[in-house]
Design a protein around this ligand. Structure first.
Ligand SMILES: Nc1ncnc2c1ncn2[C@@H]1O[C@H](COP(=O)(O)OP(=O)(O)OP(=O)(O)O)[C@@H](O)[C@H]1O
Length: 240
């Protein structure tokens, strides 16, 4: 018996690292005046560092709801979500959103009275990103350049940029904050193929070279096919 156990142990692969984000028995119900809609049903799942996840599912299946709970915008009606083993409600949803996660929203949520550059540097200041040798401005310009926004566009008010350009500012703002988990809701929806591919490459690099956990909600099969793990949300259940 002991020998068998020893052999089994020695041939087993290395244990997976502990999850950076864990969902335990998570359910979520929206309570309207006339009815209750249960969107997520008893979901258990572990998200790990160094991995790029995509979440697919039909329209209305609860993908955005899942993202808003996992990113700490809202708390589930049942179950717990923990970051590095600590319940988000105990850690503080605000603290988790500020220090440990960044979200690229479907509607960008940019500060409309600021330039693209100011949107990025303000987020860096709020989340406490160290200025580095060249300063926050230089770092923000470098990141904006990487998504195809030159200095001329970077210093333009965001309301004077196209939808796709605004989307790239929103992506840069999230990338600039050095967080453990990056969430994105349909981040390539408004972008041409080349720009979208550049963003996908950046997500892969963040996961594989910087050991981040990247979770992207999408309808795009092309994006999903380039992720490490594809999750599907259907009838309130999350399957891999
Ligand atoms: N604040 C809310 N109050 C009540 N019901 C809501 C609320 N937000 C979402 N819902 C409902 O919850 C369900 C899931 O919505 P959700 O936006 O999470 O789906 P989704 O999969 O992201 O959809 P899509 O792919 O169309 O963006 C839908 O039936 C929606 O009508």
């Amino acid at each position: 018996m002991t020998a068998t156990m020893t052999t089994a142990t020695s041939t087993a692969t290395a244990p997976e690292p502990p999850p950076v984000l864990r969902l335990d028995g998570v359910s979520h119900t929206y309570i309207g005046q006339r009815r209750r809609t249960t969107v997520l049903k008893n979901i258990d799942y572990s998200f790990r560092r160094g991995t790029f996840y995509t979440v697919l599912g039909p329209s209305g299946s609860g993908k955005t709801t899942l993202l808003s709970l996992a990113s700490g915008l809202d708390a589930p009606t049942r179950g717990t979500i923990s970051f590095n083993g600590q319940d988000l409600t105990k850690l503080g949803l605000g603290r988790y959103r500020n220090k440990h996660s960044a979200t690229i929203f479907q509607h960008y949520n940019l500060l409309t009275y600021m330039t693209a550059l100011q949107n990025v540097t303000t987020a860096m200041e709020i989340t406490g990103v160290k200025p580095g040798s060249g300063g926050r401005r230089a770092r923000a310009l470098e990141l904006l350049e990487r998504v195809g926004l030159d200095k001329h566009m970077a210093t333009r008010n965001v309301m004077r940029l196209s939808g796709g350009q605004q989307q790239r500012v929103a992506i840069t703002r999230a990338l600039a904050c050095d967080v453990d988990i990056l969430f994105a809701d349909e981040p390539t929806g408004n972008l041409d193929e080349d720009t979208a591919q550049g963003i996908i490459d950046t997500f892969r690099e963040l996961a594989h070279e910087q050991d981040k956990c990247v979770v992207v909600v999408t309808h795009s099969q092309r994006l999903a096919s380039q992720s490490d793990r594809v999750l599907t949300l259907r009838k309130g259940k999350l399957t891999e």
